[in-house]
Design a protein around this ligand. Structure first.
Ligand code: HEM
Length: 455
């Protein structure tokens, strides 16, 4: 027998659309999840009916790629204005998604990370130097600079050196503005977007700055004939093993922009949240200090091999991504009419959103779900996890291609920061979350002191 999906009461026509707050959207959805313990609910967002899913067994069903696919809806449909048919915003049916995915997959394998390690180290060292010169730091801002400098240097050979100046490079400012406008467009009715001429002109100008900057990087690289061992070099040279096709310059530009967009807020949010959670959990912070002192004594220069041998730091990152996943949800849609949990009938192309926070704190899958317990990630306990209760990197073929890149960069940065600095939070920061395409802490400042044994 079919069952009705719980649907909070809404207003005529706009449905629940006006109930969703502009600020704190992720909190609103998490509260609704708490009020609907059955693992799903449905909202009518001004005519767009979306089913929100967070029970691990239901998530297992919607992650079945033979039944569900990733649609490109807002906000991704707006990000597509500048990331085009890059991997993140390409539609599954676009042939170029498969070509780029096959060409780029080897460049993001764990083995390839060794090649990017010197650049990751260079930028992490810039961050440590910048913190040495300051007593107090704006965490999210510095982590964003770290993530952007790392992907631009390791991926495309461009040294932005963001820690050297207070202002971000014009390219990075244009990207930040365009992302903000894409999120504004997601929240406003298309007719309102159409009326905001000035915002539209600024948006187009920002997109032009981004595209022209990257086109110039590609032109210069092609003209130099240089065979660099980075993402750009690979994209310029490689052909798809299946179709034999190379990527067009326009698609390469879209991929470059995609890696910058997909790779910076997520990694920086993870590192910022990790530092916040460490301050709230001093016993874990003490374990992290002990590990970096043991593995990276004195001024030892970290090697790729040492970073791969860390144990506590990776578990801190796994647990951070569980409690505070920077991507608060992923969008899916049904290929055909189907039934969920054997009782909820849904039509073809039904929009679904998987909610990370409620999924990652589901009490049946996670004992003591709100506790920051890095021992959940010890191999013997990891083996008992529900296979679909943890999705910070998304799902299936459309899961994050940059996962190993992000984790290698984050392990290295966290290890180098904790090796050098004692961190404290005298103001007792209360977590405030800012939501754009991702979530990250807002106004999070830390006091940093060079650790006594390092003076
Ligand atoms: C896709 C999370 C870092 C590149 C995704 C998705 C998630 C995610 C959840 C799936 C989105 C969806 O289904 O719509 C994260 C997190 C990161 C991270 C939590 C850091 C901790 C990175 C980095 C890069 C990157 C560093 C690039 C260097 C991408 C790309 C896709 C993607 C290209 C689209 C893949 C495709 O559809 O083919 N990421 N990401 N990400 N990510 Fe990441």
């Amino acid at each position: 027998m079919s069952a009705a999906i719980p649907t909070p009461r809404g207003l005529p026509i706009v449905g629940n659309g006006l109930q969703v707050p502009v600020e704190g959207t992720h909190r609103f959805f998490a509260d609704l999840a708490a009020q609907n313990p059955g693992g799903l609910f449905k909202l009518n967002l001004a005519g767009r009916h979306v089913i929100f899913v967070y029970d691990p067994d239901l998530v297992a069903e919607v992650c079945d790629e033979s039944r569900f696919y990733k649609p490109i809806d807002p906000p991704l449909a707006h990000v597509r204005d500048f990331a085009g048919d890059g991997l993140f915003t390409a539609r599954g049916e676009e042939e170029v998604w498969g070509q780029a995915h096959r060409i780029l997959l080897p460049a993001f394998s764990q083995r390839s990370m060794k090649a990017y390690f010197p650049q990751m180290l260079e930028v992490a060292t810039d961050l440590v130097r910048a913190w040495e010169a300051r007593g107090e730091v704006d965490v999210s801002d510095d982590m964003t600079r770290l993530a952007l400098d790392t992907i631009t240097l390791a991926g495309f050979g461009q040294a932005f050196k963001s820690f050297d100046k207070p202002e971000l490079h014009p390219f990075l400012q244009a990207m930040g503005n365009a992302l903000t406008e894409a999120m504004n467009r997601t929240r406003q009715l298309p007719v309102v977007t159409g009326l905001k001429r000035r915002a539209d002109a600024a948006y187009r100008a920002d997109i032009a700055v981004m595209q022209e900057t990257v086109d110039e990087v590609i032109r210069v690289r092609r003209a130099s004939g240089e065979k660099a061992n980075d993402l750009l070099g690979l994209m310029l040279d490689a052909t798809d093993p299946v179709t034999g096709e190379a990527l067009s310059d326009e698609n390469i530009r879209n991929q470059v922009l995609t890696f910058l967009i997909a790779g910076h807020e997520t990694t920086s949010g993870t590192l910022s949240f990790a530092l916040h959670l460490l301050l709230r959990n001093p016993h874990v912070l003490a374990q992290a200090y002990a590990e970096v002192d043991r593995m990276l004594p004195g001024d030892t220069v970290p090697t790729y091999e040492t970073i791969m041998k860390l144990d506590v730091i990776p578990r801190i990152l796994d647990e951070t991504l569980r409690l505070l996943s920077p991507i608060p949800g992923i969008g899916l849609a049904s290929r055909k009419a189907t039934t969920l949990a054997g009782k909820y009938e849904i039509p073809a192309h039904q929009k679904i959103a998987v909610l990370m926070k409620p999924l990652h704190t589901d009490p049946a899958a996670w004992p003591d779900p709100e506790a920051f317990d890095i021992d959940r990630w010890l191999p013997e306990r990891k083996a008992t996890h529900h296979p679909h209760a943890y999705k910070p990197f998304g799902n299936g073929e459309r899961a994050c291609i940059g996962r190993q890149f992000a984790l290698t960069e984050a392990r290295l940065a966290l290890a180098m920061l904790l090796r050098r600095f004692a961190i404290s939070d005298p103001a007792g920061y209360q977590l405030q979350i800012k939501q754009t395409l991702t979530i990250k802490p807002e106004g999070f400042r830390l006091r940093v002191r060079v650790r006594q044994d390092h003076e």
